[in-house]
Design a protein around this ligand. Structure first.
Ligand code: FEO
Length: 164
């Protein structure tokens, strides 16, 4: 039987995963509005993955004789200023989720909950991948942006060019 402390923390993590799903679904809608179906597709996949994460924790809790207690999910943002801003927010959010998983793992160590430790190791590996994917997209967008700036610099130089 799972301890009350572990049960409470897993229920909190379920809420964070469902919030992540909600946040990414909101980002998908933002990208659809901006006519960026590829980015919207990326966010829809993220949304589905977050729901799977929530369900892994949900099923684990039930298997261990715990009680699933679903809490209210905060409303996510609906507006961003740029594609880069969204990607940076995904990266920051994934770092927040990683910290939360680490904290949950520390509790599992303190509680000597060995099955929870094994289950959470999957999440620890998953977060490495999630953080890397987000960081790669941020890096690509920054590269695009810097090239955009380079084009503007060239445009400015060309505007000053005389006949020769
Ligand atoms: Fe469930 Fe993207 O962390």
């Amino acid at each position: 039987m799972i301890t009350k402390i572990m049960q409470d923390e897993i229920n909190n993590q379920i809420n964070k995963e469902l919030y992540s799903s909600y946040l990414y679904l909101s980002m998908a809608a933002y990208f659809e509005e901006k006519n960026l179906p590829g980015f919207a597709h990326w966010m829809r996949i993220q949304d589905a993955e977050e729901r799977e994460h929530a369900m892994k924790l949900y099923d684990f809790l039930l298997e261990r004789g715990g009680k699933v207690i679903l809490k209210a999910i905060d409303a996510p943002k609906t507006e961003w200023n740029s594609t880069l801003e969204v990607a940076e927010e995904v990266a920051a959010h994934e770092a927040f989720v990683t910290a939360s998983i680490y904290s949950l793992y520390e509790t599992a160590l303190k509680e000597k909950d060995y099955p929870a430790q094994v289950m959470l190791q999957w999440f620890i590996s998953e977060q490495v991948e999630e953080e890397k994917n987000a960081a790669d997209i941020v890096a690509s967008l920054k590269l695009i942006e810097s090239h955009g700036t380079a084009v503007l610099v060239l445009d400015h130089q060309l505007s000053k060019r005389g006949n020769s």
